[in-house]
Design a protein around this ligand. Structure first.
Ligand SMILES: [Zn+2]
Length: 228
């Protein structure tokens, strides 16, 4: 297991706030991550969700396990992909951003030079560096739990997370996807990026060009879609 350093580490003494959202800070992250995996596997991707994600990405989402985060309208925002695609290809980007609106907003942020600034911040701010390293460990623990449950070999992606973690920022899409799937308080850079794009993309405000099909006629989407 790679989660050494995730659990039981004192967070420093100077009055830092705990995350309000459920997350690894102050909780047993192994248990938390396994609970998240259970929850996702209890709601596997439906054919309709796969269809919508295929339209979002303009390619078939191979190895898609479940929708990890949804817009208030029900549209997938980020998906969870198994560690091995059906043809055996290792797939490290376990949390994958699919919402075209989110992808666009994050791309604009990247084009703005944000990745270099965030990388610098990680180098200068010990607290953020520690949280970012923890986000890396949580990412690995999450994928490991998923691999365990699905019987996937992690092979050479074991120990490799995503987005440049644990010390650099190379892809904000991957970090934002982690923040969306795992909630606020897990990945500090993903959270900051989400905050920065709030006026263009916000998971609690539907700005989808194509909102979830047939939303009005549907009885309910179980889980996270909060309407209204
Ligand atoms: Zn929407």
């Amino acid at each position: 297991m790679e989660e050494a350093g995730v659990t039981g580490e004192p967070m420093g003494s100077e009055g830092r706030q705990e995350a309000e959202a459920p997350g690894p800070k102050g909780t047993d992250s192994t248990v938390w991550v396994e609970g998240l995996v259970e929850d996702l596997l209890a709601h596997p991707a439906t054919d309709r969700q796969v269809e919508v994600v295929e339209a979002q990405l303009d390619r078939f989402p191979r190895g898609m396990v479940a929708v990890g985060a949804r817009c208030v309208c029900g549209n997938p925002l980020a998906v969870v992909t198994r560690p091995r695609l059906p043809d055996g290809t290792p797939f490290p980007t376990t949390c994958y951003l699919t919402s075209p609106e989110a992808v666009k907003a994050v791309s604009r942020l990247e084009a703005d030079g944000s990745m270099a600034r965030y990388t610098l911040l990680i180098g200068q701010d010990a607290r953020i560096a520690q949280e970012y390293a923890r986000a890396h460990a949580v990412y690995l623990a999450f994928r490991h739990a998923l691999a365990d449950r699905l019987g996937d070999e992690e092979g050479r992606i074991a120990g490799v997370s995503a987005g440049g973690m644990p010390i650099r920022v190379k892809c904000l899409h991957a970090l934002v996807a982690q923040s969306l799937v795992m909630g606020e308080g897990v990945n500090p850079i993903g959270d900051m990026a989400l905050d920065r794009i709030r006026t263009d993309f916000d998971p609690s405000v539907c700005r989808c060009a194509d909102p979830w099909p047939g939303l009005a006629g549907r009885q309910s989407h179980e889980g996270g879609a909060r309407l209204g």
